[in-house]
Design a protein around this ligand. Structure first.
Ligand code: ATP
Ligand code: MG
Length: 395
């Protein structure tokens, strides 16, 4: 069995609700890694796996709620066992280094203050043991080539490890609302979705597709983006709504400058109806950022927002584009997002889009349409795709 210690950060801060968050995190870990056994420790977890690959690390790094983790060797409180394990772990790491003048440091944490040796004593004893064996090594407390760490747990165990790998942090998926994220094929909405995934939301995706006005390739791009995002939660649902008829009707019957606003409002009308068929969706997610394009002014956002029956989460609202791009690169959606393909909202774009839309003007335009029939037809033809972490693209 290979063992890991899993450390949480924000969960540790949650006072009364901590066990809820911890239970959800354990559930998520087991769904991402079905072979895993998890033991709860005081504010941490031990994870056991029959085997690990490189991908195991990527998977652990994609589970929200894990601050960092380390592959560890577990030993008893017996000093002899500790010495043996510490030395073996150190030697295994040493074998990976080829340069001369190597430096090292031993850092012990005493979770159990009753343990007879304090951290300094443990560090000194183990440090001397290593120097005796390898006199060419020297100690560097600030920036060692090899950092050997020990953690004396209250559970009568000592864990020994070398690396602390940074995790995703945040809160476990499933501890907040189930959100329907409006996923376009652009840069922003995958980032917005990811941010909410790391705040505990379970996220399902809703895309509005303008086929046949745009080709099938845009749909494949959206599916590809969803598969990149599918590694962050045990199951991911993508819904693709046929939007062409609605856009055709708006183009034909409504004022040109209002088109983009009306498209957006209809996205919410469709989502409102569709969400009734999903058991527990209570919020939407959108990738809008204030002032990013002419259409994303406060007035326009207010006008769009009025079409929503649910709270709309806009995690990017105060982000500049370069910051959003940084995030998109980090989560590997950027390269896909920038492939030059048209999206619904760019279709039949007005020459001079409205920047100060008024709700009563939008309502006036919508009166010209058979809105109910358009919405009903769109909802009835929504295409459904389901992905598990097996379908996820770990790039
Ligand atoms: P993105 O914002 O994802 O980079 P974009 O910049 O082309 O794409 P905007 O015009 O900024 O899209 O749209 C703002 C938000 O509206 C998007 O972030 C997304 O949440 C939603 N949206 C736009 N077009 C679509 C679509 N075709 N399907 C689903 N949601 C969409
Ligand atoms: Mg955008």
């Amino acid at each position: 069995m290979i063992s890991f210690i899993i450390r949480t950060h924000e969960i540790s801060l949650k006072q009364k609700n901590r066990s809820l968050f911890e239970t959800q995190l354990i559930k998520n870990i087991k769904r991402h890694l079905p072979d895993a056994t998890v033991t709860k420790l005081h504010r941490r977890f031990l994870l056991f796996l029959p085997s690990v690959t490189k991908q195991t690390y990527t998977i652990l790094g994609s589970i929200a709620g894990i601050a960092n983790f380390s592959e560890v060797t577990i030993t008893s409180y017996e000093w002899e066992d500790i010495e043996k394990t510490a030395l073996a772990t150190f030697e295994q790491e040493l074998a990976k280094h080829t340069q001369d003048n190597l430096t090292f440091c031993v850092k012990s944490h005493r979770g159990n203050k009753q343990y007879p040796l304090n951290s300094n004593e443990m560090n000194q004893k183990l440090g001397s043991l290593i120097i005796d064996r390898y006199p060419s090594l020297s100690v560097n407390l600030r920036n060692p080539d090899i950092l050997l760490e020990l953690d004396v747990l209250v559970e009568q165990k000592v864990i020994v490890f070398i690396h602390k790998q940074t995790g995703l942090g945040g809160l476990p998926v499933g501890t907040a609302t189930h959100s329907l994220s409006f996923l376009s094929s652009g840069i922003d909405s995958p980032v917005a979705s990811w941010l909410m995934l790391t705040r505990g939301c379970r996220v399902s995706y809703l895309n509005f597709d303008s086929f046949p006005f745009i080709g099938e390739k845009t749909k494949h791009k959206v599916i590809h983006l969803t598969k990149i995002l599918a590694k962050y939660q045990p199951q991911t649902d993508l819904y693709i709504a046929p939007f062409a008829n609605i856009q055709k009707a708006i183009r034909k019957q409504c004022k040109e400058s209002m088109r983009t606003i009306l498209y957006r409002r209809f996205m919410y009308f469709v989502a409102n109806e569709f969400a009734k068929t999903l058991p527990d969706v209570s919020t939407y997610i959108s990738g809008e950022a204030l002032g990013q394009v002419a259409s994303q002014t406060i007035e326009n956002l207010q006008c769009t927002n009025a079409a929503s029956e649910k709270l709309v989460l806009r995690p990017l609202i105060g982000f500049a584009k370069d910051k959003i791009i940084e995030h998109a690169k980090l989560i590997n959606t950027y390269e896909t997002s920038i492939e030059p393909l048209p999206d619904s909202c760019t279709l039949f774009q007005p020459q001079h889009p409205e920047t100060k839309a008024r709700i009563h003007n939008a309502l006036y335009e919508e009166e010209k349409l058979d809105s109910l029939a358009l919405i009903e037809e769109c909802v009835a033809n929504i295409e459904k795709h389901y992905f598990t972490t097996k379908d996820a693209l770990y790039i």
